[in-house]
Design a protein around this ligand. Structure first.
Ligand code: IPM
Ligand code: MG
Length: 371
């Protein structure tokens, strides 16, 4: 078994970001110790924290550190403290800057209902049985990266946001989604608004053309309004959903809620630069400093990193099965608690997961994890 040396850039960011990222980082360290890998964790400021420290949301040292890393683990950015800043100076602009500069064009968000959490989904139980799909969101183009501007004429204000997609931009993210579908249940749903938007007409045409290269994958196209409805009515129909930057942002929060809490969902941003892993929950300013944040999204980012970026499946499973066990024993952070749960804070949940990891090592010995 190969021992690896990897540099991981840690960008804790704002709000509950630092809390969940340092928790997740401790699991990576455990993993390095247990499996003999060297994970060098190097921290950089980003977002509001970087504005406060360096006067800019994406300092050059952060960008350089990310470019030099093998993978990036990011918490969240933003908060009321910086809300009054102009769009291009806000913490969120750092996130967009990173995505663009690293050309991270495909964002993968796995939406999977955990068995022991099936009762906390807002859906009726018979609907929750098979929620297990992935959203592939285009991340480096579309409405997010068009020109945003305001003008004022005779006292009338008007705002503009351009949306553009080139064939090549659609093609690269679509190929990523086709490949994901090929490795899963071979069903791809492409979501657009081709009855209204020119970019969506191009999107649909491109996906239809590429389908010939993936004969095993069945493709359906849905308009985004219909897709939003289908997610609530029959989420079990989905395997891989491919969609644009803006639609993916909206649909993925809705989809995450089906699993019980947005705090549970990790994500991977993939492209030409080092892959970036980030829980999708955001900075959650109202939870800061209360030890109430759900660390599961961030923890699952570490297992996603180990598996997808480094090819370390046994290590990823070690972490995931520890999370499964802790949940199965009834421990929950407040966002995922029900009447039968033992409610614990973020730090205790992480301590339980780490203890579970160590306990499972003891059970496995003397054979270890196949290392
Ligand atoms: C996400 C977030 C970001 C986005 C914000 C924080 C800029 O909502 O990653 O989904 O809109 O992309
Ligand atoms: Mg979002």
């Amino acid at each position: 078994m190969e021992r690896m040396t990897k540099t991981i850039a840690l960008l804790p960011g704002d709000g509950i970001g630092p809390e969940v990222i340092f928790a997740a980082a401790s699991l990576l360290e455990d993993c390095g110790t247990e499996f003999g890998h060297r994970f060098e964790l190097v921290e950089f400021p980003l977002g509001g924290a970087a504005i406060d420290r360096c006067g800019t949301p994406l300092p050059p040292e952060t960008l350089e550190g990310c470019l030099a890393a093998d993978a990036i683990l990011l918490g969240a950015v933003g908060g009321p403290r910086w809300d009054a800043l102009p769009l291009d100076k806000r913490p969120e602009s750092a996130l967009l800057g990173l995505r663009k500069k690293l050309d991270l064009y495909a964002n993968l968000r796995p939406i999977c209902l955990h068995e022991s959490l099936s009762t906390i989904s807002p859906l009726k139980l018979e609907r929750t049985r098979k929620i297990d799909f992935e959203i592939v969101r285009e991340l480096a183009g579309g409405l997010y990266f068009g020109t945003h501007r305001m003008e004022s004429e005779n006292g009338v204000e008007r705002a503009f946001d351009d949306i553009t997609y080139s064939t090549a931009e659609v093609e690269r993210v679509a190929r990523f989604a086709f490949a994901r579908a090929e490795a899963r249940s071979k069903r791809l749903t492409s979501v657009d608004k081709a009855n209204i938007l020119a970019t969506s007409v191009l999107w649909r045409k491109t996906v239809e053309r590429l389908a010939a290269d993936y004969p095993e994958v069945s493709v359906q196209h849905l308009y985004v309004d219909n897709a939003a409805m289908q997610l609530v009515l029959a989420p079990e129909q989905f395997d891989v959903i491919l969609t644009s930057n803006m639609f993916g942002d909206i649909l993925s929060d809705g989809a995450a809620a089906l699993t019980g809490s947005i705090g549970l969902i990790p994500s991977m941003s993939w492209g030409f630069g080092p892959p970036l892993f980030e829980p999708i929950h955001g900075s959650a300013p109202t939870l800061v400093g209360q030890d109430r944040a759900c660390p599961i999204g961030a923890i699952l980012c570490t297992s996603m990193m180990l598996r997808q970026a480094f090819g370390l499946s046994a290590e990823a499973e070690w972490i995931e099965s520890a999370v499964d066990h802790v949940l199965a024993r009834g421990y929950r952070t407040p966002d995922i608690a029900d009447v039968n749960s033992s409610v614990v804070g973020c730090s205790e949940f992480v301590a339980l997961v780490r203890a579970e990891m160590q306990a499972s090592v003891k059970q496995q010995e003397p054979y270890g994890w196949g290392v």
